[in-house]
Design a protein around this ligand. Structure first.
Ligand SMILES: [Zn+2]
Length: 470
């Protein structure tokens, strides 16, 4: 009796027209008894893999034929037969085949992470005779997550790395990700003559403060997690209530609108907002005109983020899942019990996160036409919570994070707050944010973090200070 050889079916070769490469997996962690994924790799003449990083994996290329042209952390390397290139975790790299013959080699990624599940998806595709990765899924390019990384202070290098135009014939998830990540060039690049008009300016607005119960910030696990919110307990120092104004491409947008003096306290939060601190004053303090606001994007629908809408006459955008949650019986009851009505005339337009991945976030929706202002999926604090990432003129990701956490410390601690309906969802979002921060220069700015304003100011005014990324 012979053991059936199932490997060919599972590890069918597939090719990706977006990158000119073919991949045939030869080992999964299960087979190898080692936490590695290994595949035979072929890069066709003219093929190229755009610069990217693997935030959690080391990658090894052992070349057996042809000459592979790599850049590793901006340095050019040519690797030929018999040679091996090791790309450490988190180091940006790209590859191309400018020669006339195919490059062949063996690639290993360590640790394997979720690649086994991804192989199963690809196995299914192979059996159906498809050769492109599924569109718009995080799993679309297992070994090469084509996330464009923009180094903060190397404009010429950055410009060279950007594809001039995404290839319209480039099918598959990798091409999709590239299009989402393709960003306008820095100043002085001829392809964007009106870049001056596209310059982005972000303002932090502060609308009073809120004290929250200790049990909100540091909840017990288990049944007491939410019960403690309604029992007597100590409150924090005043935490700021921030919202944000973004000037970009001739459009003034707000991300959230802050609280008003009329807001009632709830058992776990005490508002400290005066009429003089409300949105009109905050926006004037930033040198902006309330009447110029064209659009408001809401991170979520808690009062300290939406009540300021009473001052705004503009289009209001909200994630469709958040709007759906607001209409649920549970949310209605809670608004009544806590005496937290929606602001009068509240009629936001829902949007779907239907535009595929942005960096480490699996789902996104472009807010600005050029894709530099993007809503990303950050559920947890509320089921439909989103964050807004602004790709600033230096290529940094300014992440207006709403209440994804109340501080950077909470993010690093992976600690769900007490109001999150499902702590697991909240923590998974924090892990995604940390992975995104590892892959992109990111400035993480929660609404109630006492350090957000200073972190933002430091990052954007002092070019030689290391970025205070998460
Ligand atoms: Zn909130």
């Amino acid at each position: 009796m012979t053991i059936p050889d199932v490997a060919p079916a599972r590890f069918r070769e597939f090719s990706n027209p977006a990158t000119g490469e073919s991949v045939q997996f030869t080992a999964t962690p299960d087979d190898a008894g080692e936490d590695v994924v290994r595949f035979n790799w072929r890069s066709m003449p003219g093929g190229a893999i755009t610069e990217h990083v693997h935030p959690r994996q080391e990658e090894r290329f052992a070349i057996t034929a042809g000459e592979a042209h790599f850049t590793v952390a901006g340095e050019h390397r040519v690797v030929g037969p018999g040679e091996t290139l090791v790309v450490p975790i988190g180091v940006r790299h790209s590859e191309s085949n400018p020669g006339s013959v195919a490059i062949e080699g063996v690639v290993e990624l360590r640790p394997a992470l979720r690649t086994k599940e991804m192989f199963e998806a690809f196995g299914g595709l192979g059996l159906r005779g498809q050769h492109d990765a599924p569109r718009g899924t995080e799993e679309s390019a297992p070994a090469r997550c084509h996330v464009l990384v923009l180094p903060p202070r190397e404009p010429s290098h950055r410009a060279a790395d950007l594809d001039p135009e995404p290839d319209p014939s480039a099918a598959g998830g990798a091409g999709e990700t590239l299009r989402r990540a393709a960003l306008p060039r820095p100043l002085g690049q001829p392809a964007y003559p009106e870049i001056g008009a596209l310059r982005m300016k972000i303002h932090v607005l502060t609308i009073g403060a809120v004290r929250v119960k200790h049990s909100f910030l540091y909840p017990h696990q288990g049944p007491r997690r939410q019960l403690d919110l309604f029992l007597p307990g100590a409150f924090s120092e005043p935490l700021p209530i921030h919202c944000w104004a973004i000037e970009h491409d001739g459009v003034l947008r707000l991300v959230d609108t802050g609280e008003t003096a009329a807001a009632r306290n709830v058992p776990f939060a005490r508002m400290e907002v005066t009429r003089e601190q409300e949105l009109p004053a905050a926006i004037a303090a930033a040198g902006l005109e309330l009447n110029d606001v064209a659009e408001v994007v809401l991170t979520h629908a808690h009062g300290d983020h939406i009540d300021g809408l009473v001052h705004v006459h503009a289009r209001v955008l909200i994630h469709d899942a958040e709007l759906e949650f607001l209409a649920s019986p549970m949310a209605r009851v809670m608004r009544r019990v806590l005496r937290q009505p929606l602001p009068p005339g509240f009629a936001p337009e829902p949007f779907a996160l239907d535009e595929g991945p942005f960096g480490e976030f699996a789902r996104s929706h472009a807010i600005s036409d050029d894709g530099r202002i993007v809503a990303v999926d950050t559920p947890g604090h509320t089921p439909g919570h989103i964050s807004v990432i602004c790709v600033d003129d230096a290529g940094r990701h300014v992440m207006l994070a709403g209440d994804t956490t109340d501080s950077l410390e909470q993010l690093h601690a992976l600690r769900a707050d007490a109001v999150a309906p499902d702590p697991k969802v909240h923590i998974a979002t924090m892990q995604t944010i940390l992975a995104h921060c590892a892959a992109h220069p990111t400035i993480y700015l929660p609404s109630h973090d006492p350090d957000s304003a200073a972190r933002f100011a430091d990052a954007t005014t002092s070019a030689d200070t290391p970025l205070p990324v998460a």
